[in-house]
Design a protein around this ligand. Structure first.
Ligand SMILES: C[S@@+](CC[C@H](N)C(=O)[O-])C[C@H]1O[C@@H](n2cnc3c(N)ncnc32)[C@H](O)[C@@H]1O
Length: 392
């Protein structure tokens, strides 16, 4: 295992650069990365490294934790086939909607919706909005709550592509229309936060999307995106030329809760959150189950902090799946972060790399993109975010 440093990669490992990019920024997903990471991975095989992944352009790329589809949209922009999998229906819906093709007819219908239909919304007999953590009325002013539900209902009358665009716009503005803050892994109610009128912020979002759709200068393959589990993929063996992905970070967030409001409005039900949790990688406390057979690389830490054992057990299965689906000579680029958990520094990238070597990957390289100093009482430690590159 080799460890190198590339300071240019740090800022690409966050969603910061994605948020203002056409289509990439339609839905703010804090845990996403920038399209440049995908370009880096695509070009990696062409660069001179001590080891080489296949140097030709990949024909098919997989992201088994696809989130809001950064890998898939970048592949489409380069006319490369891609497959995405995510445990969350919300992530899959966003990925699909961002990477679909739209005719002028669809875009025109979206415009008509905001210019005409939005004025005559029905406010009566609205469906109830159920969210498992709290009543959504606690975070939306009454007017916004009613407007959101009325828009949600009216959207259902539209043709599928128009509906999807409008629904994505509505889901993406929920935080702005509420007094809710996503703070790390939790949702907080902030009474002094300004909740922007729902119709206004929705209209603004739709206008941005319409403009960006009209400026699109690519069509490219439409990816296949599935709800699924990265630990048990349905992708055929040896069928993939490149994997670019970022699994949930250890001790990070419960996606079914932090994006639960959006998920509940997407399906108008609270049942889906539990399904997401069932499929999700055990990366957060609460999914703190003890495992009997732990990957040997985790050592004592897995017994001392059970979530660490569970996390790496799940990651081991995900790496085995990556190994199975990649064709020989191809690479996986996996973005990971080291974690501080129960005042212990967990060197996730090295454990990950060691597991990958045992599973059969070769030339495993950790490319450190960002370092930061963290408190691990009584000391301070340097922790980091990295790409683990591994070749089959
Ligand atoms: C760090 S995010 C990926 C973000 C993505 N790179 C992007 O740019 O949008 C991790 C994703 O893994 C998903 N996830 C969690 N457990 C999973 C599992 N077992 N299989 C597939 N996806 C899973 C989460 O829903 C989340 O969307």
């Amino acid at each position: 295992m080799k460890i190198t440093m590339d300071n240019n990669l740090g800022k690409l490992m966050t969603f910061e650069l994605s948020k203002d990019k056409p289509t990439h920024g339609w839905f703010w997903y804090k845990e996403g990365f920038a399209p440049e990471i995908v370009e880096y991975a695509i070009n990696y095989g062409n660069k001179i490294h001590t080891h080489k992944c296949d140097s030709k352009l990949p024909e098919i790329i997989l992201d088994p934790f696809c989130g809001v589809g950064t890998t898939l949209l970048t592949a489409k922009q380069k006319n490369i086939l891609s497959i995405g999998v995510d445990a969350s229906q919300l992530a899959v819906f966003i990925s699909k909607t961002k990477t679909d093709d739209y005719a002028e007819e669809d875009i025109g219908a979206v415009e008509i919706f905001v210019t005409n239909k939005l004025r005559s919304l029905k406010n009566t007999n609205l469906q109830k909005w159920q969210f498992e953590l709290f009543d959504p009325r606690a975070v939306f002013p009454k007017r916004n709550y009613n407007q959101i539900l009325a828009i949600r209902e009216a959207i259902e009358q539209e043709e599928p592509r128009t509906r999807n665009l409008l629904l994505l716009a509505l889901l993406s503005v929920l935080p702005q229309a509420s007094i809710m803050l996503k703070d790390g892994g939790v949702l907080k109610i902030k009474k002094d936060k300004l909740a922007i009128p729902a119709k206004d912020v929705f209209k603004r979002k739709v206008k941005r999307m319409v403009r960006e759709l009209r400026e699109r200068d690519y069509s490219g393959y439409t990816p296949e995106v599935f709800i699924g589990d990265a630990r048990a993929l349905e992708t055929p063996t040896e069928s993939i030329d490149l994997i670019v992905t970022s699994p949930p970070y250890l001790n990070n967030i419960d996606y079914s809760k932090v994006y639960g409001i959006e998920l509940s409005l997407l399906h108008m039900s609270k049942a889906e959150a539990e399904e997401v949790r069932m499929r999700a990688i055990r990366s957060f406390i609460g999914k703190d189950m003890k495992v009997n057979e732990m990957p040997e690389e985790v050592g004592e830490l897995g017994n001392q902090i059970p979530i660490v054992g569970s996390y790496f057990k799940d990651m081991e299965q995900a790496i085995m799946e990556m190994f199975r689906v990649l064709s020989s000579g191809s690479c996986a680029h996996v973005i990971v972060s080291n974690s501080i958990i129960h005042n212990t520094h967990v060197i996730v990238d090295e454990i990950f790399a060691e597991m990958a070597e045992r599973i059969g990957f070769s030339d495993v390289e950790i490319i450190v993109g960002a370092e930061r100093v963290a408190d691990v009482r009584p000391q301070k430690v340097k922790t980091r975010e990295s790409i683990v590159v591994m070749r089959k």
